[in-house]
Structure formats: C-alpha cells, structure tokens
Design a protein around this ligand. Structure first.
Ligand code: UDP
Length: 365
C-alpha cells in the first residue's frame, strides 16, 4: 500500500484537492490518500465551508499555521510539515496551485528526498512582484512531477529547462470540481437571497496585493466599484485581506450604498453567482478560469495573467490596472458587446482521473 499526502492551505486549494481525493477512491486497494491542511486560511468562511460543500473528509493532519509575514508563514509551515513527513513517510506528496503552503511543503519534501507532484504547474505571470509567482517558480524547479492545465504552461516548463518526461498535460482539476458540483450549484438560492435577477448583475472580487494593499490603488478601486454600482447591481464578496485594508485606510464608508457587500461566499453560492452574472470584474486567478468554462464575460484587473488560455480561448479580457479603461471595457459589455469564448482543451471534468491514473500506474510502480 502506497501512502500519498495532498496539501491544502488556502481557499483556492480546496476545490483542486477535492477531485483528486475523490479520484483516488478508485484505488483504495493500492493507495492511501491523506489530506494535510496547513491552516494558512483557517476561518469558517475561507476554509471550513469548502470541506463541507466539496464533500471532503476532515483533514487527516491540521498544522494550524494561521497568518503572518511571508517568511513567518513559510517557515512555520516548513517546521510543522517536516514533522508530518518524517513520521508518516509518504511515497508521494501532492501540492496544488501557488500559495505559500505549495512552496513551503515542496522545499521540505525535496530536502527529505520525498517525491513531489505539483498540480497546476508551469503557469507564469512573468511578474516577480506577485508573491504567487515566486511560489510557482520555486515549486516547479523542485517538484519531481508536473501536471499542467494548458499548453503554454508546458512550454514555460520546457523553456526553464525542466525535462519533458516530468511533465504531464492532464487538464484543470479546478474545473473538475465545477463540473461535478454543477447540479448542486444550480440549486443555490443565493440570487433570491440577495434580490438579484439572472444576467442582470455584476460580480466583483479583489484581493491581489497590487490592487488592495496601497491606499491609492484601493481608493481607485472603490471608485470603480461605485461607478459600476450606478450601472447595475454589484455583488462584492470581500476577501479578508481587502476587508482589513478597507478598514485600515478608512475606505469602507466610501463604498456606495448601491453595492451588495458580503463576506466571502461559500463555493456553491459563489459559482451560482458566477454562472448567472452579466459580467465579472476580478483579479482572482481561479475566477478567470471558472468564468471561461461557464462562458461568462470576465474582465481581469491586472497587467498580466498566468492563465493566458482564458484570454486566448475563453471569455476573459485582460484590461490592466488603469481603472478608466476597466470602466470603459465594462460599459461596452453591459451595452451588449460580448467576447465569444470556447472551453480549453482537457477542461472536461476528468483531469483528476487522468492525474491519479498516471500517479498509480506510472509514477508509484
Ligand atoms: N470563491 C468562493 N467564494 C468567494 C470568492 C471566490 O468560493 O467569495 C472561489 C472561486 O470560485 C474559486 C476560488 O475561490 O474557486 C478562487 O480563489 P481566490 O480568488 O481566493 O484565489 P486565486 O484563484 O486568485 O488564487
């Protein structure tokens, strides 16, 4: 029996590990699959609700790390995760995405000589001011096996000198969750709860440090939200980082009464909002992909994206951080000029099945 530990740490990890855990259930005669939650995000709305809604078991290991500076958080995760790896002796550790837990756990396993697989490898924004880009680079240079979601990720890895036989293009596990939970997503009553009509509201999320950490950029963002709010109903589920900064800079009272402000929303309700929005304005990585799969108009308020397929094939438009341009692009969409999009290759709900098949039948043999 082989032992595999998958690591989750923050909100965008849960919907990636859930389908992997489910797919390993087809191999319980060969593989014991365990989940380690570092506790990078730990409150009910950023963590617990996802375990429940994504039908994941309680994590087998919980490291209880919490917040802190990047160095503090990374160091604490490494110290605690090393103990788990030493006592559990896994045959493989799986990390997903690009958060501090992804990188910290990969550094630990690499130094202990434990094989590591990175799911969602090779994505590059080519912007090292983004903490996630550092996490991606470090993780990919160390990981033994790299599972990619799009062709350009594969090319990025090859260009960085990673050998082809370590790379597997299997599709997008985040979309696996979306496909699997679609019937439940459909049943959500969030539109009624918030007094919204399908196709007649804008959904906004913002949490990237480049948009929300300085008073200047956050002030401008509040201006954008207020302008959008005078065109349509706007739902703005506020990430804890953004919420703290709005308070810190005294900007929370500047948000127009037209806006529907909420705490972070649970997975099923959030995807219901995504599916029925007229427009999404975001700086999230995952939301760019989910809106592409659902064919919903998405404007990304960033200067770069590590997920170029959402622009090349999908409905995403990368507008940049000049908010006058963002407002212009939004108004165009609200006037009916929509970007046509398709679904990227292998975003079919079966990525985790492909990954686990390769892990069990090729990598762990
Ligand atoms: N999400 C959610 N509730 C929210 C905002 C986002 O369930 O209020 C989901 C979203 O559907 C996607 C994931 O969280 O599956 C994206 O996480 P986030 O935007 O925090 O991280 P990023 O993808 O930017 O790293």
């Amino acid at each position: 029996m082989k032992k595999i530990i998958s690591v989750v740490g923050a909100r965008p990890n849960f919907m990636k590990v859930a389908p992997i855990h489910k797919a390993f259930q087809a191999y319980t005669d060969k593989v014991q699959h365990l989940i380690c939650h570092t506790g990078q995000h730990f409150d009910a709305k950023m963590s617990e609700v996802f375990f429940e809604q994504l039908e994941m078991p309680k994590p087998h290991f919980f490291l209880g790390i919490g917040g802190g500076s990047h160095a503090e958080q990374t160091a604490k995760i490494m110290i605690e995760f090393e103990k788990i790896v030493l006592s559990e002796k896994p045959d493989l550790v799986i990390v997903v995405g690009d958060v501090n837990s992804t990188m910290a756990c990969t550094v630990v396993t690499s130094k202990l000589g434990v094989k590591t697989a990175h799911v969602e490898a090779g994505l590059r924004s080519f912007d090292r001011e983004m903490p996630e880009e550092i996490n991606r680079l470090v993780t990919d240079v160390l990981a033994d096996y790299l599972f990619t979601t799009e062709e350009k990720a594969h090319q990025n890895l090859l260009r960085e000198g990673i050998s082809e036989d370590k790379i597997f293009f299997c599709g997008n596990v985040m979309i696996d969750s979306l496909v699997h939970f679609l019937p439940k997503i459909e049943k959500s009553s969030i539109l009624t709860q918030l007094g919204l009509e399908p196709g007649k509201f804008i959904l906004c999320t913002f949490h990237r440090p480049s948009n929300v950490d300085s008073q200047e950029s956050l002030t401008q963002l509040v201006g954008l939200l207020n302008s959008l709010g005078s065109e349509r109903k706007v739902v703005f589920p506020i990430h804890p980082r953004t919420s703290n900064n709005l308070k810190k800079f005294g900007l929370d009272s500047n948000l127009s009464a037209n806006l529907i402000l909420t705490e972070p929303i649970g997975y099923l309700d959030f995807l219901h909002l995504t599916k029925h929005a007229e427009l999404i304005v975001t700086d999230s990585g995952g939301v760019q992909e989910e809106s592409t799969w659902l064919g919903v108009q998405c404007i990304t308020v960033r200067d770069n994206t590590e997920r170029p397929i959402t622009v090349d094939v999908g409905t995403n438009q990368l507008i940049g951080t000049d908010l006058t341009k963002v407002l212009d692009a939004s108004l165009k969409i609200l006037q009916g000029y929509k970007k046509q999009g398709g679904i990227p290759y292998l975003w079919d709900g079966k990525a985790a099945e492909r990954i686990t098949e390769i892990v069990v039948n090729q990598l762990l043999r």
